[in-house]
Each structure stands twice: as C-alpha cells, then as structure tokens.
Ligand binder design. Structure first.
Ligand code: PLP
Length: 352
C-alpha cells in the first residue's frame, strides 16, 4: 500500500510534532535495540539512564527513578498501578479533576480501581476544596495536571500535593504535554516545588522526540520496586515497565532531543509558541469569537459547527474539547504563517 506520512503544515490539533532532526537521526540508528532487555542492549540502556537524568533536571529531581514509557498513557497507568499496589485500601480510589486525560479512565478500568472525578473551577483548573472534599480513607492517589489536554491549564500543584500529603496518599502530576513549557514559566509544578511522588513528562510531545517516547518519573525506588516483576528468560532479573520489548528508537531519539534542545531551544520554542497563542487569541477575539484566555500555548474558542466542518474540509486538522470548543495546540511545527493562513480560512468559511 502506498501511504504518505502526515504533513504538518495544517495540523493544529495534535500534541505530537515533527521530531528534532538530531532526534530523528539518533532514532534511526537504534531501531533494533530493545531497552526492555538492558543486559543484552547496554548502550541503549545507558541512553535511557541519560534521558532519566535529563528529565530529572527538567523536573527538579536529582537521580529520579523511572523509565522511557510508550507515552503518557503508559506513564499515567504506571502511576495508578504503583499507588494501587502501595495502598492499604482494598477498594482503592484515584481522585482527579474532570480535566484529567482519558488515560486515567483506561488505567482505572484495567487496574480495577475507582476513578473519582472532581469538577474543575470556572477557569478549568482543579479546585483544591473540591478535591479535599473528595479524598477519603480509600484514596490511593491524587492527580494534578500541569498542562491539560483540552485547555492547557495548570492545576494548583502545591495545594493538591498538600491535600494528598495530609490524607497520607500518593500524589501524581501529569505534565505529559506541559512539561517542556513549564520550566520557562512561573508555575510551581514539579518535584522541586511540592511533595510529588510520580510525574509524567513526554519527550514525544513538546520535547520533539520521535514516537514512542513517554516519560515516567518517580521520586523513590520503592515505586519502581512496587511495579517490578521477575523476568526469568532475560539477562536481567526484573522489569518495572508495562511493556516488555520497547523502542530503542524512542529512547535514543529522546536522548538526542534533550541534548540538542535543553534548555535554550526549548525556551525559544516556549516563547515562540506563547507569542503565537497570544496572536491567535487576539485575532480570534477581534473577529468576535469567544476565546478561553490561554495559559500554556493552547487556544480554545467557540466555533460554530458549520464553520468547524468547513475548516476541516479545507484540510485543516482541528479538534474539539468535550464541551465543544475548537482547540489549536501551538506545537513547535505551528508557525505564525500557518496561523495567518488558518485565520484566512476561517474568514472565508464564515463568509461562505
Ligand atoms: N496526559 C496528557 C495531559 C495528555 O495531553 C496526553 C495526550 O495528549 C496524555 C496524557 C496521553 O499521552 P499518550 O497519547 O502519549 O499516551
């Protein structure tokens, strides 16, 4: 079958992007290496340690435990799994805001835990009072999101961490998308800012690593020990990952992406994306659209269904939030020229 990879010049919906050229080259070299078997593939295992160290630097934790996961879904699932296995409750509950990524529904389903979703405040962030009221003796994990999928909101991480600590439960931060923007903001979001037990940060999103490269980080080794199973047929004796065989390309690509971009290129990307989000929000408002003021560079706005459909029919990849707003994610491939062309399309679609 003849197929063409997706061009990025009209993609506004995705949380993935073109990999950094150095990352793409590195990935190509490690296509056959399996970091799931580190004793057989020591070089890619060393690269994975390097990625962990680098992600620790980004997230304020020296020498983190963790690994390069398949993506944010796997990392979130592992956070829930560790919490389930470390709690004393027979009927564990995960307390999270309604803005949490749907991967937590999958985790709850697969791991047979209860997901208790708590309404967000009027500005789409977790509401600490509501979260505190939802936590009980069965709560195994409280989740905060640092960069929500639909509105790019950053939850009040220190407040949520304090609630979890007070209740004696674990605390997880999902920074899968936001993690490569937040270091260049004033937000308190990581291990260095609050008692965070586990954290998701995905190199294959804003980090510009090739897919698959998710990041699962834990403050202490006990988390990984809780996840580990014995692995008799491998050269190593235990494995804490969810997947068995994993992508050497993802690991090597993440290492190269971090080496090439941390911190200067990531900062430049953050500044460019933020300027683009502000530009888009202002230009939409000028045209009379109702816009949710961006916090991280993601712009959600009301768009009539007919216009949404016309824009999509013109080749733009645009998606909607659960409550119906159109959302534009200002990823590294999204340029000012793209946004100008998008606004032109909107204008035409509207007139038509
Ligand atoms: N967490 C957040 C905040 C996300 O935005 C996403 C995906 O967009 C995920 C988790 C899931 O990541 P993945 O699709 O890599 O599994």
């Amino acid at each position: 079958m003849d197929a063409t990879p997706q061009a990025f010049d009209r993609v506004l919906s995705s949380m993935c992007t073109r990999p950094h050229p150095a990352a793409a080259r590195a990935a190509q070299r490690f296509l056959a290496d399996n970091p799931g078997d580190p004793a057989t593939y020591p070089d890619v295992a060393a690269l994975e340690e390097h990625v962990l160290d680098a992600l620790g630097t980004v997230t304020g934790l020296a020498d983190p435990a963790g690994y390069v996961a398949g993506g944010g879904t796997e990392a979130n699932m592992q956070a829930v799994r560790a919490a389930r296995d470390l709690t004393a409750s027979d009927d564990p509950v995960v307390v999270a805001p309604t803005s949490v990524h749907f991967s937590f529904q999958k985790a709850a389903d697969v791991l047979d835990v209860n997901l208790r979703l708590v309404p967000t405040d009027d500005d789409y962030r977790a509401d600490p009072d509501a979260v505190a009221a939802a936590v009980d003796d069965d709560t195994a994990l409280v989740v905060g999101v640092a960069g929500t999928t639909e509105f790019g909101r950053v939850d009040p991480i220190p407040e949520l961490a304090a609630i979890a600590r007070e209740a004696g439960t674990r605390f997880h931060v999902d920074a899968a998308w936001g993690g490569f923007h937040l270091p260049f903001t004033d937000h308190a979001w990581h291990f260095g800012h609050a008692p965070v037990d586990t954290l998701t940060i995905d190199p294959h999103k804003v980090g510009r690593a090739p897919i698959p490269a998710g990041g699962f980080l834990a403050r202490d080794d006990a988390t990984l020990d809780a996840l580990a199973v014995e692995t008799p047929y491998l050269e190593t004796t235990s494995q804490a990952t969810l997947a068995g065989t994993r992508s050497g390309a993802g690991v090597a690509g993440a290492a190269a992406a971090l080496d090439a971009q941390w911190p200067d290129e990531y900062r430049e990307n953050h500044e460019r994306a933020t300027a683009n989000a502000t530009y888009l929000a202002e230009n939409l408002r000028d045209r009379g659209y109702d816009v949710v003021t961006p916090e991280l560079p993601l712009v959600a706005f009301d768009l009539p269904e007919a216009t949404f459909d016309a824009v999509r029919a013109d080749g733009w990849r645009l998606s909607r939030t659960g409550s119906g707003e159109a959302r534009v994610v200002c990823m590294p491939h999204v340029t000012r020229a793209m946004l100008e062309a998008f606004l032109d399309t909107l204008d035409t679609a509207r007139v038509g």
